[in-house]
Design a protein around this ligand. Structure first.
Ligand code: RP5
Ligand code: MG
Ligand code: MG
Length: 280
């Protein structure tokens, strides 16, 4: 499926590791694939055992509570109950050509949250701009250019241990798009108040598997994508943006089918344009 393509393209990000080739007809675990011999990869950043990573279950007898809330870590999948083979969770979307965790810290689902902040594109008189072809108003969303691969993306991030998704959404948006703002404490407080207000009313666009290039047979990304729309462009739509944290650049980008974005973000933005009957 379209949702599982980048997760099996040849090169694994930030490494020399090449995925074992899995053709479209061999993705499904139910299809026999005797020659399948995926490469094993755990990034040095994960092997160092940082606080955000699990123990290496291939090296200990410790078991994790898969498909459950395991202490402060949510190991449930939005896709349903996933299989566990031995003590390794199995990617519910199929083969990826890589085993172990790669760049991901958690075995099984790695939960993220994606804030999709939108406004309407307007002219100098603040009138909505319609697309010449479709006659539909054009939506804009806040995008960041990721430092790791230079691709444009929604400013999402991982849900921290014990963190509520609603908190992750605000935190990641602030860290990645407003962090290094050249504003004094008072101005920053005002900006944060506006974000808090806008983020009170979100529309869930998607919950589920993400076609992320870091996915493996035993670890994968899942997200909750929520749209926060500034309809009159008077709140967050007016904020000065400033790239911070994992972002190399930040911008309001026009929504349309010619967009190329990181992971499954094109799909998420397309769904958002449908919600608002905007140009696509
Ligand atoms: C994607 O990776 C998610 O959709 C989210 O945008 C992002 C989270 O990972 P980091 O930005 O923390 O690397 O799969
Ligand atoms: Mg991020
Ligand atoms: Mg981040």
């Amino acid at each position: 499926s379209k949702l599982h393509v980048k997760a099996r393209t040849a090169e694994y990000p930030l490494s020399a590791c090449k995925r074992f080739c899995v053709s479209d007809d061999k993705v499904d675990w139910k299809v026999e694939f005797k020659e399948y011999s995926p490469v094993s990869y755990t990034a040095p950043s994960v092997e160092r055992n940082p606080p955000w990573a699990d123990v290496d279950v291939t090296k200990t007898s410790k078991t994790l509570k898969y498909n459950e809330i395991d202490g402060k870590v949510n190991r449930k999948s939005y896709t349903g109950v996933y299989k566990v083979s031995g003590n390794l969770p199995i990617n519910p979307m199929g083969r990826t050509g890589v085993v172990c965790r790669g760049l991901l810290g958690k075995w099984g689902p790695n939960h993220a949250a994606d804030p999709i902040v939108t406004r309407w594109k307007r002219d100098g008189q603040k009138r909505l701009i319609q697309h010449k072809k479709t006659q539909k108003p054009i939506l804009q969303f806040v995008a960041i250019q990721r430092k790791d691969n230079k691709q444009w993306a929604i400013p999402g991030g991982m849900v921290d241990a014990d963190e509520k998704v609603s908190v992750t959404l605000k935190r990641e948006f602030s860290e990645e798009t407003l962090n290094s703002l050249d504003a004094n404490a008072e101005e920053k407080r005002k900006i944060y108040d506006q974000i808090k207000k806008l983020f009170k009313h979100g529309t869930v666009v998607y919950k589920g598997y993400v076609d992320d290039p870091r996915n493996t047979d035993n670890a994968w990304m899942e997200t909750v994508a929520v749209n926060f729309h500034d309809d009159n462009g008077e709140s967050v739509g007016r904020l000065p943006l400033s790239a911070g944290d994992d972002a190399g650049a930040v911008a309001w980008i026009d929504v349309g089918r010619e967009l190329t974005l990181y992971a499954s973000h094109e799909e998420l933005i397309k769904k958002t344009s449908e919600i608002h009957s905007a140009h696509w």
